[in-house]
Write a protein of this length. Sequence first.
Length: 367
Amino acid sequence: MSDRIDLGTRKGFFSYQRDASGWKLTTQAFLGQHVPMLLNDGGTLYAAVELGHFGTKFHRSTDGGNTWEELAAPAYPPKPDDAPDVLDPWRNTPVPWTLEKIWSLESAGKPGHLWCGTIPGGLFRSHDHGESWELVRSLWDRPERAQWSGGGYDHPGIHSICVHPEDSNKIAVGISCAGVWLSDDGGETWAQGAHGMRYDFLPEEQGGADPEGQDPHRMVQCAATPDRFWVQHHCGIYRSDDGARSWTEIKDVTPSAFGFAVVVHPKDPDTAWFVPARKDEFRYPVDGKFVVTRTRDGGKSFETLSKGLPSAPAFDLAYRHGLDIDLSGERLAVGSTTGSLWISEDQGDTWQHLNAHLPPIYCVRFA
């Protein structure tokens, strides 16, 4: 089991480690600065740091976060003079060719090879431990990008990157709001995979089932059964059994099918966890009770896990990267928008409150 949890928060980077006496806060960095995304790739830490007017920066640490070096952040190339503007479908304004946010970081399956998902919708790759980055033009130049729109932010964003554990050329990315895009050749070509997802507030004849406009809040892949994916969508929970090419909606989810975060057991594709909430303009826990839900049978039924979590009134919410599971499938950690952090060492049956006074937590990752 993993004995380290790294946190990206609104006011810095924090790391907890477990020893014989329990979990302890051991490392802090970038205090006062937004840290929306982290990655521990084989012992090398990467952090996205947002500095307001000075933009997004990218840092690397090789000593567990004690010291950091700044690297060049992913950068969009200049827009070619002959490239047409892609207009945001809601605002009718051009989508910029500039980095607004690093929203996902994942290992590309080889030492030092990384994927980076960004707002306004560009996917980047690095082959040299983040020293340099290349925009994946094969996805950025898709004509369907004219239909992409923002989900939670003004412009589209790649928040989920799933790399096949046995074939790193197979990649799936989740985009708000542009559905799921799949590549079988390392990003050279792409196909839409959000077939079966739908908006419950929009009739099909008005595009409610159009895969190009779907809003998967978070997408995860089972390491032991790579064809099994789970998605927490804006309008429900979905499961794929064919490598994210088609999706089945999970019905009768209690207390709510809305939320942002999802994780799947690395060895059991039928077991997944979610953090439910009231949807749309509300976005707070159902009945004011912060809980985690778990299915062990592929979505046929759900358990509500609350032992050690706050009872009502509690208005904590988990962002889409605020829930993580370690490689053993035993330990989970969830961080909230109100700066609380909980750890479970028994698959969510019970929870320990590690801290109630952290900054709002954007990202939780086991090392």
